[in-house]
Ligand binder design. Structure first.
Ligand SMILES: CC(C)(COP(=O)(O)OP(=O)(O)OC[C@H]1O[C@@H](n2cnc3c(N)ncnc32)[C@H](O)[C@@H]1OP(=O)(O)O)[C@@H](O)C(=O)NCCC(=O)NCCS
Length: 159
């Protein structure tokens, strides 16, 4: 049986995370952040910075924020897996869903994704996320302005 789990990100994970993040930013999937920004998130009680491990090997990471939200509205700010198409992304989304709803009593879990990121959208939709709308050209990226698709899952959707 596969052992997939999330654990708090550690300082020694940061070189690997920044490498992944740079590659994904250059590929046009995410924005990316600086080392200092990641470090600041580690100590923020409103934020969970998580590394996913499968059978003990780090396979990806996620950042969730809004753990202290009075609206119980948690944002999946970023999710990245190193090896695509092997189910790690789906396992990560399921982990985030359990973390938000079962462990943190969220009412809503939401995220945005670049309009051209159909792979991520396919995953979110297949996990029950509802497409809420489009923020036109809301993100400024290396290759220009990009629209953001908003997705959410409510506690009542998550079951
Ligand atoms: C998005 C991401 C997390 C998905 O993880 P993954 O491990 O590749 O995805 P999985 O193998 O778990 O799931 C694949 C599912 O995604 C969907 N999918 C995959 N490729 C797709 C494509 N080209 N078009 C539409 N849907 C696609 C399908 O629903 C698929 O499920 P299936 O294999 O059962 O058909 C991963 O590709 C990634 O890290 N991408 C770069 C960073 C990124 O885009 N992050 C999200 C920003 S919002």
């Amino acid at each position: 049986m596969i052992d997939f789990r999330g654990r708090p990100t550690r300082d020694e994970d940061l070189d690997w995370i920044l490498r992944l993040e740079t590659a994904e930013r250059e590929a046009g999937w995410i924005k990316g952040s600086t080392r200092d920004q990641h470090r600041a998130w580690f100590g923020d009680p409103n934020i969970a910075h998580v590394v996913f491990e499968q059978d003990g090997d780090a396979v990806g990471y996620a950042i969730l924020r809004g753990l202290l939200s009075p609206d119980r509205d948690i944002e999946l700010k970023r999710v990245v897996v190193e090896t695509k198409g092997k189910g790690h992304g789906r396992a990560a989304i399921r982990w985030c869903r359990h973390f938000a709803f079962a462990e943190h009593g969220a009412h809503r879990l939401w995220l945005d994704t670049y309009e051209h990121n159909v792979r991520a959208q396919g995953l979110y939709e297949s996990e029950g996320f509802v497409r809420e709308g489009l923020l036109r050209e809301a993100a400024r990226t290396d290759s220009g302005y990009v629209s953001l698709v908003i997705y959410s899952l409510l506690a009542s959707d998550a079951g």
